[in-house]
Write a protein that binds this ligand. Structure first.
Ligand code: ADP
Ligand code: ZN
Ligand code: MG
Length: 492
């Protein structure tokens, strides 16, 4: 594959430069209907079935603002620590595109619904605050589908189901300095939007889309370099690749004596390179003006406070609470708040158990491994959080040994049955009754005279072997603590 890099700069050359990155993130608001009409927002409907005169952009059709979309936008603003404007204005952003039947997008320009916020990202070096310039509402365009790999079928189709879907665009300050920071920022945005139920952020369905603005400058240079906007970065992995590619490319251009052109580039996910899409001369003049068909959006204190009071807990707060309420360490609470689904699952499991730390270990250990092996998401787990909580409780009560629990766990996952149900069905139960245990121990001791001899002559480590043999003979049902005590007493 040919590279558009002039020459890959050496690490030494790269180290002379500092990268500057700002992200523009589009998040699809989780409303049932579109932003300016009553059409459904659902994904996967037959093309052009969820449409009406408004979202088709027919002349004379009038937009009506979706209240729920506004509430989710307010939530997003609050989650991003923004000030929510008491009065914001919708504007027309004019451009021509085949999948934009109105000939303009309805967006917000100089008076967005939310502004002046921030997001704290967690890096190896500590916490870094990234400024959020603004978050504004807008409607999405339709989708062009380029079909036809055959000559006889070379068409482009337009599906307008997506036209009019509510979005919030979150614009960051140029505060990031590496692809890792950009990655961490996008992760934080995604978590905040998911935890507050603003959006599902399903990237495969395009619910979270990202454009990356990248520039480079020599260390210590007083001003930013010329920025390039990379569009179409639709996965976390691609974001990292696109930013790194762009940093290298720009340094290469400068080192070769050239100048970085201000332009829009596209990330090509096949070649993993960015390619020029349009230069500054071709830049759009959007001719913004206030949307005459919509009154200004006024958000009263009463409304704002109500939305505030209904806000689901933010990921950072939830992380902290997991530490204080459940005694988890920072690492564990970070893992268990990776997604809203994991956090919810864990919390339900804790409710059904008596041991938050034990529940955490099972969720992060055996459950995570099992989900991974079966390529399932946690919300698809056949093993319910309540059953997991019960398992942890049974272990705590001594009804189930750790060993037995490990054996039962895959069965719980496969069948969805509770530990108790499986134990009853298979006649499994922890044996802690002394009489029953002594019987098994006597048999084991009789069968292993050599180890008994060794123990008595001072090699006490063979006790481990004997405990193992008893556990095996009891099909894992013996209570290990009791076995240990009884064995020692008998071997005296
Ligand atoms: P435009 O006028 O091209 O839309 P903005 O100033 O509105 O540019 O910024 C758009 C995005 O680009 C923001 O996320 C901002 O942080 C980022 N940005 C601005 N200048 C730079 C730069 N020199 N290098 C990297 N990113 C930048
Ligand atoms: Zn419609
Ligand atoms: Mg701008």
């Amino acid at each position: 594959m040919s590279s558009t890099l002039l020459e890959t700069p050496s690490t030494e050359v790269m180290a002379k430069y500092e990268a500057v990155i700002g992200l523009e993130v589009h998040v699809q608001l989780a409303t049932r209907t579109k932003i300016f009409c009553g059409c459904a927002t659902g994904f996967g409907a037959a093309p052009n079935t969820n449409v009406c005169p408004v979202c088709l952009g027919l002349p004379g059709a009038l937009p009506v603002l979706n209240r729920q979309a506004v509430e989710l936008a307010i939530r997003a603003g609050l989650a991003l620590n923004c000030a929510v404007r008491p009065k914001s204005i919708f504007s027309r952003k004019n451009y021509f595109y085949p999948d934009l039947p109105k000939g303009y997008q309805i967006s917000q320009y100089d008076k967005p619904v939310a502004e002046h916020g921030f997001v704290d990202i967690v890096l190896d070096s500590g916490v870094k605050r990234i400024g959020v310039t603004r978050a504004h509402m807008e409607d999405d365009a339709g989708k062009s589908m380029h079909d036809g790999h055959r000559d006889s079928d070379r068409y482009t189709y337009v599906d307008l189901n997506r036209s009019g879907t509510p979005l919030i665009e979150i614009v960051s300050e140029p505060d990031m300095r590496s692809s890792d920071e950009a990655y961490a920022y996008l992760t934080e945005i995604k978590q905040a939007m998911q935890f507050t139920e603003v959006s599902t952020c399903d990237m495969e369905k395009g619910h979270l889309r990202c454009d990356a603005n990248v520039s480079v400058r020599l260390w210590g240079a007083p001003q930013f370099g010329t920025k390039v906007e990379v569009k179409n970065v639709n996965s976390f992995r691609f974001l990292k690749m696109a930013v790194d590619f762009e940093i290298q490319r720009q340094i290469g251009v400068i080192e070769a004596g050239g100048r970085v052109q201000q332009e829009t580039r596209l990330f090509n996910s096949d070649t993993l390179e960015t390619v020029s899409m349009r230069s500054k001369e071709m830049a759009h003049d959007y001719r913004y003006f206030p949307e005459p068909d919509l009154v200004p959006l006024e958000i009263s204190d009463t409304w704002l406070n109500r939305v505030k009071s209904e806000m689901p807990e933010l990921p950072t707060l939830r992380r902290k609470r997991f530490e204080t309420e459940f005694g988890l360490n920072e690492y564990d609470s970070g893992v268990l708040t990776q997604t809203r689904e994991i956090a919810d699952y864990y919390e339900r499991a804790v409710k059904a158990s008596t041991d938050p730390k034990g529940a955490a270990n099972w969720v992060m250990g055996d459950l995570a491994a099992m989900l991974k092996a079966e390529a399932k998401e946690i919300h698809e787990s056949p093993l319910t959080p309540e059953n997991l909580g019960e398992l942890v409780t049974l272990i705590g009560k001594g009804d189930l040994s750790g060993k037995l629990a490990k054996d039962i766990f895959p069965k719980m996952f496969a069948t969805g049955d509770s530990a108790q149900v499986i134990m009853d069905r298979e006649g499994l139960r922890q044996i802690s009754d002394t009489g029953a245990l002594e019987k098994i121990i006597d048999e084991v001791l009789a069968a292993n005279p050599k180890q008994v001899e060794q123990y008595k002559s001072g090699k006490t480590t063979v006790i481990g072997f004997l405990v193992g043999a008893v556990m095996k003979a009891s099909r894992g049902q013996a209570a290990p603590g009791a076995v240990n005590d009884l064995l020692k007493a008998k071997l005296l």
